[in-house]
Design a protein around this ligand. Structure first.
Ligand SMILES: NC(=O)c1ccc[n+]([C@@H]2O[C@H](COP(=O)([O-])OP(=O)(O)OC[C@H]3O[C@@H](n4cnc5c(N)ncnc54)[C@H](O)[C@@H]3O)[C@@H](O)[C@H]2O)c1
Length: 440
């Protein structure tokens, strides 16, 4: 067996700093509190429920992931947050309307103690929101410094050994990479000059990386997907990952599309539409914010189906994605997919999916896993973009020049093989001939 990688122990408290204390964040925090009290199970969380096969199939070794790699214990987690509204997690959870009122009441004490710090915010990036719990400063560098002070203060006040930061705030308006994002120097100059192309999410990410805090981007904003911040993460030896939590309709797409391709079934078109009534839906009702989401959602099928390799099957399919803001549904989204496929001799078939899902219920366990795995990555001295966490994202970030892997099952294999690699266990190729041929 190889030696594996040296991993510092997960001792002491891990602070999870959430940007945005809305539906996803409050569902995540309330969920962890409920699990800690023994009121519920952490369903949907790979780190808590998942196992990993080790060695040969004849060895029967299937430890739980959390027993195989040293992850922070749920009892050692502490939460902090920023939001443009001053509501505590208790009030925010009630407003989000995801969890039952009784459950929120049962956790009232814990949720009320989580009050958001004033946010770095610009309405230029989210026109539909306007809150007053917002920092003011001369320029964007001063805002970054104020966030760094928040981070340091939170760490001391809560006696944390380590921290991670997760962006679970609203989706920002569409932004393309430009000159100010191209190097650390240009970016820092832009912070002093109040460059309009530096979005609030980038200021948080800069503050996190400068403070040595791993950062995950749960929304489709550009944020850390720019050379300035990926380089800074390398230099500061900080793990980062993104972007856009893979939940709901896109999760289904990355489950079904690999299956169609595996059987060489053709695709003529994939029409996806959603109705959604939470604040996220309201923000995405603005075309500029929806554009950011659309780019993230559209990239998935091309990357899985590889039309350039299979022009007869996937050369001409149309892919349409719509999100309609429809308040009565709240967080309980309904997503419809109509998939026009063709098979043997070109005969046409259709698949219809009607997914009545709960967005934040699907996203909350991802926040937990990302926080625990990013902390593991840092203790294992991993730095920069963590592609092995692409399992969790709609638009996985990769090293420059690499295309992202979107197939959920390849992503899971990559994640588990990374854990095996870290612990010096044999990587699993699923070849399996060794069970049949004695000389392999
Ligand atoms: N729920 C899912 O399944 C899912 C999946 C993928 C991505 N996302 C993304 O996760 C994010 C959060 O989703 P949600 O449903 O919790 O939304 P939400 O609207 O309930 O919560 C977002 C919160 O962020 C706050 N906010 C906005 N800008 C901020 C800033 N600059 N600093 C601090 N706080 C800020 C808002 O006030 C709000 O309270 C969204 O960007 C959403 O697109 C969610």
């Amino acid at each position: 067996m190889r030696k594996g990688v040296e991993i510092a122990p997960a001792e002491g408290k891990l602070g999870i700093m959430l940007v945005g204390l809305g539906a996803v964040s409050t569902t995540f925090v309330a969920g962890v509190e409920a699990v800690r009290k023994g009121m519920a199970l952490p369903i949907g969380s790979l780190t808590q429920m998942g196992t990993i096969r080790l060695g040969k199939r004849t060895e029967n070794r299937f430890p739980k992931i959390k027993d195989f790699v040293p992850l922070a214990d749920l009892n050692d987690l502490v939460f902090g947050a920023w939001d443009i509204f001053p509501d505590s997690a208790y009030e925010a959870a009630l407003k989000a309307g995801v969890l039952e009122k009784q459950l929120i009441e049962d956790l009232r004490e814990q949720l009320q103690s989580l009050k958001p710090m004033p946010a770095v915010f610009s309405q230029e990036y989210v026109k539909k929101l306007n809150g007053n719990n917002v920092k003011k400063a001369k320029n964007k560098m001063e805002l970054a410094e104020a966030l760094m002070e928040d981070i340091a203060r939170f760490k001391t006040e809560n006696g944390c050994e380590r921290l991670v930061m997760i962006w679970a705030a609203s989706t920002e308006a569409f932004l393309e990479p430009s000159e100010v994002h191209s190097s650390i120097e240009a970016f820092e100059k832009g912070l002093y000059d109040n460059d309009p192309k530096i979005a609030p999410s980038m200021i948080y990410a800069y503050a996190a990386i400068k403070s040595g805090v791993p950062f995950a981007n749960g929304a489709p904003n550009l944020t850390i997907d720019i050379p300035a911040l990926t380089e800074l993460a390398e230099i500061k030896r900080v793990p980062i990952c993104g972007k856009d939590f893979k939940t709901g309709q896109t999760l289904m797409k990355t489950i079904i599309a690999p299956g169609l391709k595996a059987r060489m079934l053709g695709l003529e078109g994939w029409y996806s539409t959603n109705i959604l009534g939470n604040r996220d839906g309201e923000v995405l009702d603005d075309p500029e914010n929806f554009r950011t989401k659309e780019e993230s959602k559209l990239s998935v099928l091309d990357a899985i189906l590889q039309p350039e390799l299979y022009p007869e099957l996937y050369g001409k399919f149309s892919h349409v994605v719509r999100i309609n803001y429809y308040p009565p549904r709240g967080d309980n989204k309904e997503g419809w997919d109509n998939i026009d496929i063709f098979g043997w001799l070109g005969y046409k078939m259709q698949i219809k999916i009607d997914f009545l899902c709960r967005d934040s219920i699907l996203a909350a366990p991802l926040v937990l896993d990302l926080a625990l795995f990013l902390d593991l990555a840092q203790r294992a001295q991993m730095k920069g973009v963590q592609e092995w966490l692409s399992f969790y994202f709609k638009s996985p970030q990769t090293a420059p020049g690499l295309y992202p892997e979107h197939d959920l099952f390849i992503q899971l294999k990559k994640l588990k093989n990374t854990l095996r690699y870290l612990r010096g266990e044999e990587l699993i190729t699923h070849l399996g001939l060794e069970y049949y041929e004695s000389d392999i």
